[in-house]
Design a protein around this ligand. Structure first.
Ligand code: PGA
Length: 269
């Protein structure tokens, strides 16, 4: 009998699956979802949920001691001050957040966030001990125009320049915009090709790029997760719709671990 934690420790990168609840939930529904998720655990993969700001105290209370982390979906690029409606990274840290998503395409598109603003958010998140999950991804038109690589490189390059070698402390999520919430997933090989480009770009900036976790996001479900997570540079997922159902999300988390074990040639038997 192999000790699961020693198997996990032997993996080059521990898989990470993060639920992005977006603007969904209610106090009652969240409590039920998290109770079901807790009882589905523990997970060998690292698991976290990113909830709307007002739910953070409830989520922290529900998940305390479960091994499941929590975080937010955005933070301000400013430290504090006259920024009505914004929430600072320091405030998120006070609620025990481990992660904060920055640069989600819904923020870039609906709130006009530039590559530099996203990079500034990543910098300020790190300075408060949070791990930013930096999202990159091309739109439908950019995809059709063959611009995927240049778009994601441009988006990541602002972050690399702003963070320097500290870029190794972030998580990157590749989310093709055309795959978000549409039920259209990128083919695993397509996503892998983009992940390989991103890891090469990170390797030019940090000697620790091989240890960094790169997630795929965009219509990930329990049934397509394993094929995606089997790809060599895909270390887990950022999961929207499927994170709102405990059974679907926990199956996705297990798929991430199964894929990691399979690709490393290790078994937990
Ligand atoms: P989806 O969302 O899984 O519902 O496509 C993913 C995301 O936007 O992070």
């Amino acid at each position: 009998m192999v000790n699961p934690s020693s198997v996990v420790a032997a993996l080059p990168r521990r898989p990470l699956v993060v639920g992005n609840w977006k603007m969904n939930g209610s106090r009652v529904a969240n409590g039920e979802l998290l109770a079901a998720l807790r009882s589905a655990g523990p997970f060998d993969a690292e698991v976290a949920v990113c909830c709307p700001f007002p739910y953070l105290p409830d989520v922290a209370l529900s998940l305390q001691g479960s091994g499941i982390g929590w975080g937010a979906q955005d933070c301000s690029s400013h430290e504090s001050g006259a920024y009505t409606g914004e929430v600072s990274a320091g405030m998120l840290a006070e609620f025990g957040c481990r992660y904060v998503i920055v640069g989600h395409s819904e923020r870039r598109v609906h709130h006009g966030e530039s590559d530099q603003v996203v990079a500034d958010k990543a910098r300020i998140a790190l300075s408060h001990g949070l791990t930013p999950i930096v999202c990159v991804g091309e739109s439908d038109a950019e995809y059709e125009g063959g611009l995927t690589e240049s778009v994601v490189k441009r988006q990541l390059s602002a972050v690399v320049h702003t963070l320097g070698h500290c870029v190794s402390q972030i998580v990157v999520a590749y989310e093709p915009v055309w795959a978000i919430g549409t039920g259209k997933t990128a083919l695993p090989e397509q996503a892998q090709a983009v992940h390989a480009v991103l890891r090469a770009q990170l390797a030019a900036a940090s000697t620790r790029a091989a240890e960094m976790r790169l997630l795929y996001g965009g219509s990930v479900t329990a049934s397509n997760a394993q094929a995606m997570f089997l790809q060599p540079d895909i270390d887990g997922g950022l999961v929207g719709g499927a994170s709102l159902k405990a059974s679907e999300f926990s199956a996705t988390c297990r798929a991430a671990m199964a894929a990691a074990l399979e690709s490393s040639g290790k078994s937990k038997k």
